[in-house]
Design a protein around this ligand. Structure first.
Ligand code: G4F
Length: 319
């Protein structure tokens, strides 16, 4: 019998981290997660996505900003696979504080990579890249060859993380993969993201608890898939022989306006009666159009999306 594999997830408390922990537990991994100390002290609010998993996972308090704390956890856990999902992941906030976004996303990634190189060099590493790296897109659809043109501090930080990951792969032989994931959503999405904001508020309006939904840019187009399926792609990457980079997307694009229309329509409401665009909520520079081509992932990982736009909207409204 082969020994139980050990996985370490940074960002385990988030949407993707919680789905990934479920997937790895189902495959009999020993699952460890890095969390901030405040999360351990406030499980009710900060660990709600993991509540059902807590007896089966191991949590370690550490800060991405502190190399010694990351080093200590990695040295103790000695993971076979490390999924680096932790980040300041809200693009909108990165306009308000570029510095802390760079600190968390660039230095944080560097700390994890450097610690792995020192104390677990055989560990397989996953970096959570983003379609925000393509930003002001130059080609349609975007695949792994599309050029980067980030439009936010968040996008820039992800490009830096991508290059750091490639550098550790090429210079130090680290087995490091980079997933370039398009927007992926679910009922576990945070309320600051547009899909959860829309579906949550539409349900509140239906129940008579709210009366309006002010949004920002309604014409932005996104390629939205289901987070549960996207974490499966992460795992499939790390089961490959050779490290590489993969776009993960549905190959469909819709505007924010269309997302809102579909959500309200599911509740027999007309979104035009409630949704407005508030110029104050429009980003200083937005990514206008994202549409991914995941053909390489289908060919090499056997991965393809199952949940498409309408089903995703309905699941989130129902939740
Ligand atoms: O839901 P969003 O905030 O997601 P965004 O910026 O596309 O980023 C998400 O997907 C990336 C992958 O492509 C991840 F890397 C990233 O971590 C995150 O998960 O905004 C989606 C679109 C934007 O164009 C935004 O300007 O919706 C537009 N929007 C319009 N009104 C709004 C709102 N976004 C938010 N959050 N809130 C609004 O009221």
């Amino acid at each position: 019998m082969s020994p139980q594999r050990i996985a370490l997830i940074t960002g385990i408390t988030g949407q993707d981290g919680s789905y990934l922990a479920e997937l790895l537990l189902a495959q009999d991994y020993e699952v460890h997660g890095i969390v901030r100390r405040v999360a351990i002290e406030d499980p009710e609010h900060r660990l709600w996505r993991l509540r059902h998993l807590l007896p089966r996972i191991h949590l370690h308090a550490a800060s991405l900003e502190s190399f010694p704390s990351i080093f200590k956890v990695i040295n103790t856990v000695q993971p076979d696979e490390c999924y680096h999902l932790a980040a300041q992941s809200f693009v909108g906030y990165s306009f308000e504080d570029e510095f802390s976004t760079f600190q968390a996303n660039i230095n944080g990634t560097h700390h994890v990579l450097a610690a792995l190189k020192e104390c677990a060099p055989a560990c397989r590493f996953y970096f959570a890249g983003s379609s925000e790296m393509f930003g002001k897109v130059a080609s349609l659809p975007q695949d792994e060859q599309a050029p980067f043109h980030p439009r936010s501090a968040y996008g820039i930080s992800k490009v830096a993380g991508f290059h750091l990951t490639q550098h550790y792969r090429e210079a130090y032989g680290l087995q490091a993969w980079c997933g370039i994931l398009y927007n992926h959503e679910s009922p576990r999405r945070g309320l600051e993201f547009v899909t959860r904001k829309i579906t949550f508020q539409a349900a509140r309006i239906k129940l008579g608890l709210a009366h309006a939904l002010p949004l920002g840019n309604l014409e932005a187009r996104r390629d939205w898939g289901h987070a549960r399926e996207y974490v499966e792609a992460m795992w499939r990457m790390l089961q490959q022989e050779t490290p590489d980079d993969y776009v993960i997307a549905t190959g469909e694009t819709h505007t924010v306006r269309e997302f809102a229309a579909a959500a309200f329509a599911h509740l027999d409401l007309d979104s035009r009666d409630y949704v407005t665009s508030d110029p104050a909520m429009v980003r200083p520079a937005d990514v206008e159009l994202l549409l991914g081509c995941a053909a390489k992932a289908e060919r090499e990982l056997g991965w393809r999306p199952r949940t498409m736009f309408r089903d995703l909207v309905v699941e989130m409204v129902e939740a």
